[in-house]
Ligand binder design. Structure first.
Ligand SMILES: CC(C)CC(=O)SCCNC(=O)CCNC(=O)[C@H](O)C(C)(C)COP(=O)(O)OP(=O)(O)OC[C@H]1O[C@@H](n2cnc3c(N)ncnc32)[C@H](O)[C@@H]1OP(=O)(O)O
Ligand SMILES: Nc1ncnc2c1ncn2[C@@H]1O[C@H](COP(=O)(O)OP(=O)(O)OP(=O)(O)O)[C@@H](O)[C@H]1O
Ligand SMILES: O=C(O)CCC(=O)C(=O)O
Ligand SMILES: [Fe+2]
Ligand SMILES: [Mg+2]
Length: 334
């Protein structure tokens, strides 16, 4: 695949945000006057985050909360993941993904062939993650009170085969999302075990959530790249990189424009994390035609058309309407 650099800037179609989009205070909220000299763009006014936490997210685009999910809950997610790998349960809508290094090999029903499960919104056991009150308490600081779970994943990063395909290139999650505004979207990502650089922790470029959505494409990696693992070629190489070392249960909340990725898993274990992208139910869909997101729209629709052979016409927005599930409040526009 060839690409011309530099690429034209992103053009978002002129869709006016509905009036309902204006963030409403949550119950028990403190008024903006609580921090009279502060201008906040990326967080909403409520009394959950400390001033320091709020300033950190505003400045860096992410926030780590230690020890947020219990060992007992994580064990339940592990158990259900094992049942899915063994095909003891086959939840509707789920995608079971294999690493590109073994994509053509025979499916043996165990976790060693599964690099990720996606779209577990119909699996009540895994979906519990998206409804945990302590997660939603933080999510509401970014989305407001009407909350949709839009995208769910349990990532089981395999030991690298030697081809470096266990890496996830640096990217912005917003590239995948045909809805806005970006500031009322947030990812919660919870470490299911100790995660550091040896097993491929998250790597973030702090502050990059303040920049634009960038052009994404497949990286030119010799050993191959996983399906839809697009990366940013032109990120600022001078931007500081931070490796997020996390303990079991620690959770990072991050902005969908934050540039992030994950390194190789150099251990023999399968590195596990569970995540959900939440959005305000008042977000609105955009048309990605003529924008940098057209390439991912094309790939998603190709897969969707194969899966839903009996449906004549499907849009990217339909795919997201099908994936999304309300977790709190009212399903407004998404
Ligand atoms: C914010 C968030 C969205 C960020 C991200 O998560 S980025 C990554 C998102 N990735 C995805 O959404 C990919 C989702 N994966 C899938 O839809 C599936 O796993 C598929 C890639 C379509 C494979 O589906 P499956 O049911 O396993 O079907 P098959 O085994 O028949 O394979 C169909 C064709 O796909 C190929 N394939 C399978 N796994 C991978 C892979 N890891 N990387 C590259 N190619 C792959 C497979 O070889 C086959 O190719 P052909 O034989 O048709 O040429
Ligand atoms: N030279 C590079 N250019 C572009 N992206 C890179 C480069 N090196 C690593 N990355 C990406 O940065 C993220 C983290 O890389 P990181 O350096 O942590 O892991 P690694 O290179 O796999 O292992 P190591 O810890 O040995 O450096 C991953 O998304 C990886 O794909
Ligand atoms: O390696 C990980 O767990 C992060 C994956 C990721 O960023 C993604 O799937 O969007
Ligand atoms: Fe991501
Ligand atoms: Mg490196």
């Amino acid at each position: 695949m060839s690409f011309q650099w530099p690429l034209p800037p992103l053009r978002v179609p002129p869709v006016a945000p509905p009036a309902a989009l204006v963030a409403q205070p949550t119950s028990g909220a403190v008024s903006p006057a609580a921090f009279p000299h502060q201008q906040f763009q990326y967080t909403l006014d409520n009394n959950v985050l400390s001033l320091e936490q709020r300033q950190f997210y505003e400045e860096n685009g992410f926030l780590v909360i230690k020890n947020l999910v219990s060992d007992a809950d994580i064990q339940r997610f592990r158990d259900e993941f094992q049942r899915i790998c063994k095909k003891e349960v086959q939840p509707i809508g789920i995608t079971v993904m294999r690493d590109v290094a073994i994509e053509k090999s025979e499916y043996v029903p165990n976790e060693k062939v599964v690099s990720k499960v996606q779209d577990f919104q119909e699996d009540e056991e895994l979906f519990r993650y998206c409804t945990l009150p302590q997660i939603l308490k933080y999510v509401e600081c970014f989305t407001g009170p009407n909350i949709m779970a839009m995208h769910t994943m349990l990532i089981n990063k395999p030991p690298d085969s030697g081809k470096k395909t266990s890496r996830h290139p640096l990217h912005q999650d917003l590239h995948y999302f045909p809805f806005r505004p970006s500031n009322t979207i947030v990812c919660a990502w919870t470490a299911m075990e100790h995660i550091d650089r040896s097993n491929g922790c998250l790597v973030v470029l702090p502050g990059t959530h303040k920049g634009p959505l960038m052009q994404h494409d497949y990286p030119q990696w010799e050993g191959g790249v996983n399906k839809m693992y697009h990366g940013i070629k032109d990120y600022d190489k001078n931007n500081a990189r931070m490796h997020l070392v996390m303990e079991k249960g620690d959770t990072v909340f991050f902005h969908p424009l934050l540039i992030h990725g994950s390194g190789q898993n150099k251990t023999q274990g399968y590195r596990k994390a569970i995540s959900c992208h939440f959005a305000s139910a008042s977000c609105y869909y955009i048309d990605v035609k003529g924008t940098t997101q057209e390439n991912i729209e094309k790939e998603v629709l190709e897969i969707a058309k194969k899966r839903f052979r009996d449906i004549d016409f499907i849009t990217i927005q339909d795919v997201w309407r099908f994936r999304g599930r309300l977790v709190k409040g009212e399903r407004v526009t998404l």
